[in-house]
Design a protein around this ligand. Structure first.
Ligand code: BT5
Length: 263
């Protein structure tokens, strides 16, 4: 069902927002909630506003990929944040969001969700949620659009996604209400983001490491045309980079790349 005015008011009534979630704007179908958020860049009082849609016709993944956004069964939202971070550090906001997202999912899902670097959420090895951050500069204003998609009540996926995607319903054998999950997520995003602004990245990295099951596992990491093989060790505290002990015995920290778990 599309979000009703009562749904919007209910979510709003659950929020303790300092910044993220002071306003919720709901839509039925949009091209991409990130695109809607982008149009608000530079408008007064829109920092922290949540754009929430019931479906997307052109949901976006990273690097020009698409995000399957079926109506009624998923959560598709975007948040606008002003930032003074340089573009190469925007990935920190995705780490902050990842922690809030995995914790919100695990509050409701008995089947445990884990983070996979840089910002996938997996249950039983399949992707249940994803994060897309986009950097937007208008005049002297830098803003980040933080987009989050969660597969909640999908009963099936199109063929190309069947082996890699899952939903909370498929993993737990029951239907979930979207509204409590949305309000928990937004409250956690607000808290985690405040902690990041006040204390830096370290508390986020600690929580990230605790909510991932990729460490100690053999992985391949592809960056550009190069592929590295090794064991995932941790995210480093200062930058949130992925530290790998390569099969050649070298420790390397990566700021980006595509990870595949080998076992
Ligand atoms: C992501 O990209 O995981 C970021 C997804 C962000 C989606 C949100 S929804 C609200 C906001 N508005 C948007 O337009 N986007 C954001 P990436 O890591 O590149 O993963 C994309 C890949 O995951 C695709 O190429 C598919 O292989 C797979 N995929 C597509 N849709 C999926 C889904 N619903 N569930 C799981 N996997 C999916």
């Amino acid at each position: 069902m599309p979000y009703s005015q009562e749904d919007q008011q209910w979510i709003q009534s659950q929020l303790q927002a300092e910044l993220i979630g002071h306003e919720i704007i709901t839509y039925d179908s949009v091209d991409s909630t990130n695109n809607i958020a982008k149009r608000l860049v530079g408008e007064p009082d829109k920092e922290g506003a949540v754009i929430l849609a019931n479906s997307q016709t052109q949901g976006k993944g990273r690097l020009g990929r698409t995000w399957h956004s079926e109506e009624n069964v998923g959560i598709y939202l975007s948040i606008l944040l002003k930032t003074s971070l340089p573009p190469e550090q925007i990935s920190r906001i995705a780490l902050v969001a990842g922690v809030a997202l995995v914790q919100a999912i695990n509050e409701y899902s008995p089947a445990r969700a884990y983070l996979k670097w840089p910002n996938d959420i997996l249950i039983n090895g399949k992707k249940v949620a994803g994060i897309l951050t986009e950097f937007c500069k208008k005049k002297d204003l830098s803003e980040v659009i933080l987009g989050i998609g969660i597969n909640v009540n999908h009963a099936h996926f199109p063929l190309p996604l069947q082996h890699i995607a899952t939903s909370l319903a498929m993993e737990n054998g029951k239907i979930f209400e979207r509204l409590p999950l949305i309000s928990s997520l937004v409250n956690r995003l607000d808290q985690e983001y405040q902690s990041f602004l006040n204390e830096g990245l370290s508390p986020t990295v600690t929580q990230w490491n605790l909510n991932s099951d990729m460490f100690g596992k053999h992985i391949s990491l592809t960056k550009g045309t190069q592929t590295f093989f090794g064991t995932a060790m941790k995210l480093d505290e200062e930058e949130g980079h992925l530290v790998i002990l390569t099969d050649n015995g070298e420790e390397i920290a990566f700021n980006s790349g595509e990870v595949t778990l080998m076992e």
